[in-house]
Design a protein around this ligand. Structure first.
Ligand code: P5A
Length: 437
């Protein structure tokens, strides 16, 4: 992409309404624009990151054997009356009346709708287990939307739902998602720690929140420092064969949110306990028959009796993750994207736009990066070098390939790694080699 043609409206001033660093950086980098409190438009740069995160989530759901579908944002109130949550959900639910005076709502979550789909089609134990998910916008009329996309009113969630014949099988589905989540967050360059958690309005008694540690986190959390060393990267997780031992091992390492942490009963000594703030990026629940019993989603067992199906639900805050990743990865100059979610793979910075030789060298580098599938952003604007450096540091692409007349005369370019600030002077070919890896 040529920056001169792109739509990336960066801001020089720090917006005063933004209280936390990720919100400030997202506004300054031209990633999002607030439409109204807690509701955002995703501008091209922000949208690219959102899509990258969504794709990692999707790939790991698919790998775990979940099937993607798409449910609507607007739901009929009657389904929620069946489950009993229509009144319980309170003011956080955005209620809508259509022209025929029918009660509708903008879905804050989808347990009811998926249960309705399931009960219509599935009647036999032979057709479970089943894992279904979608990635869809939700609306929750939060009292205090804040921190930009981290606590919005409209936000993008991946929500999966499991259906099983009995508790043991549903626990297996839960464990599958548990492992899939660890892998998902790791692929985004995040350390997300599963913590025993409260279930709130979703219900059930088994639940984990996946939390990344960050000073600006909304919740107080406690965990064994062993968590800092766990690294599943590169593991070829087989979701079925070695599932239970792995999960048991991991769930035995202490981690809990504030509501669940009891200092008197905590098994970890003070020296090994990390007390920190955290951001909840995912939350999984096993709630048994809470919805299936109320909504009569029953399946026939091998001995021909009818039982309500056992369910769980599994959420990831896809749009929240954009802010969460920035909270976890930034410096004074701006965002430092982990390679896997960066909006572009590398920046090409032309230090003397309009100088024939420099332009030609930049065009050459740009074409080669494109051909190698790096998806480069070429800063070909007619601007001072200082402004270009500041903008490129702000948007945080993993690599900067800096090309100016002096280097061109000597047959070298400068390569900067955004995360470390390390700079090297080398030939274009050697630089490309490092970027392409
Ligand atoms: C699980 C999937 C649920 O809604 N039902 C379907 C269950 N869980 S949850 O914990 O309430 O939400 C799942 C994840 O969504 C993100 N999230 C938010 N992101 C941005 N703004 C919000 N206001 C918001 N509320 C929830 C969180 O990442 C949460 O873990």
């Amino acid at each position: 992409m040529r920056l001169s043609r792109y739509f990336m409206p960066t801001l020089k001033e720090t917006p005063s309404e933004a209280q936390i660093v990720s919100h400030r950086l997202m506004l300054r980098a031209g990633m999002v624009r607030q439409a109204t409190a807690g509701i955002y438009s995703w501008l091209p740069l922000g949208f690219k990151v959102l899509k990258k995160i969504e794709q990692i989530v999707r790939e790991e759901q698919d790998r775990a054997g979940a099937h993607e579908l798409l449910m609507p944002t607007i739901q009929p109130a009657d389904l929620w009356r069946e489950s009993g949550r229509y009144d319980d959900y309170g003011k956080e639910m955005l209620r809508i009346t259509d022209r025929h005076d029918r009660d509708m709502l903008f879905g804050p979550t989808n347990e009811e709708l998926i249960t309705d789909i399931f009960r219509f089609y599935v009647k036999s134990y032979k057709d479970v287990p089943q894992l279904l998910y979608h990635i869809q916008w939700k609306f929750r009329d939060e009292v205090r939307p804040r921190f930009g996309v981290m606590r919005g009113r409209e936000f993008l969630m991946k929500d999966a739902y499991s259906f099983d014949i009995d508790y043991a099988a549903s626990k297996h589905s839960y464990n599958k998602m548990f492992l899939a989540y660890l892998r998902t967050f790791e692929r985004m360059g995040l350390k997300a720690i599963p913590m025993r958690a409260d279930t709130g309005p979703i219900g059930g008694d088994l639940s984990h929140e996946f939390i990344i540690l960050a000073e600006t986190g909304e919740s107080q959390v406690f965990c064994d420092k062993q968590w800092m060393e766990i690294d599943l990267a590169g593991d070829n997780v087989d979701y079925d064969s070695d599932l239970d031992p792995r999960v048991t091992e991991l769930t035995n390492i202490y981690a809990a949110t504030d509501e669940m942490h009891d200092p008197a009963a905590c098994p970890v000594g003070e020296a090994d306990l990390i007390t920190a703030r955290g951001i909840e990026v995912g939350h999984i629940f096993n709630f048994g028959t809470k919805y299936s019993a109320a909504m009569k989603a029953e399946v026939q067992t091998p001995d021909s009796s009818q039982v309500p199906v056992m369910m769980g639900s599994y959420g990831i805050g896809v749009s929240r993750l954009v802010g969460g990743i920035i909270e976890a990865s930034h410096d004074d100059a701006g965002i430092v994207w982990p390679d896997q979610v960066a909006p572009f793979g590398a920046a090409v910075i032309n230090l003397r736009q309009g100088d024939d030789k420099t332009d030609a060298a930049c065009e050459d580098a740009y074409a080669k990066l494109k051909a190698a599938g790096v998806d480069p952003l070429y800063d070909d604007r007619n601007e001072r070098a200082g402004g270009k450096f500041a903008d490129m540091d702000l948007i945080g692409l993993p690599w900067q390939l800096i090309i100016g007349p002096r280097g061109v005369a000597n047959g070298v370019v400068e390569l900067k790694r955004r995360a470390t600030g390390e700079r090297q002077e080398l030939s274009l070919d050697a630089a490309l080699q490092q970027i392409i890896g």
